[in-house]
Design a protein around this ligand. Sequence first.
Ligand code: CO
Length: 136
Amino acid sequence: MIKRINHVAIAVSNLDDAASTWEALLGLQMSGREHVASNKVEVGFIPVGESRIELVQPAAPDSPVAKFIEKRGPGIQHLCFEVDDIEAELARLKAAGVRLINEQPVAGAHGYRIAFVHPASTGGVLVELSQPPDPR
Ligand code: CO
């Protein structure tokens, strides 16, 4: 089951600059900076109530986020829904004919297991599913 919007991700060229911009804008602090090898990105999270803003900087030229910035410039990159059973959600979507980028979960930041849904199946929005390490 989908529980909530976990985060909205923004593709950025420079995580430090973007953190300053967003911290000033929101009056909140970024925390939880981490390298995510599965996606070749450096991320930082700004907690906003029950959700977060995720700032995503490419960590390699062949990162999907580097390609995104090349094509479309910095900006909103994906929307992440938190789920309680990622395998069940992936099976449900697959059965419904939804195109998945990750058919199996991969390692995300902070011990989350994540999977991406292809924008071709969502009207152009890259969607991430994520399951937290501990049940809430
Ligand atoms: Co994300």
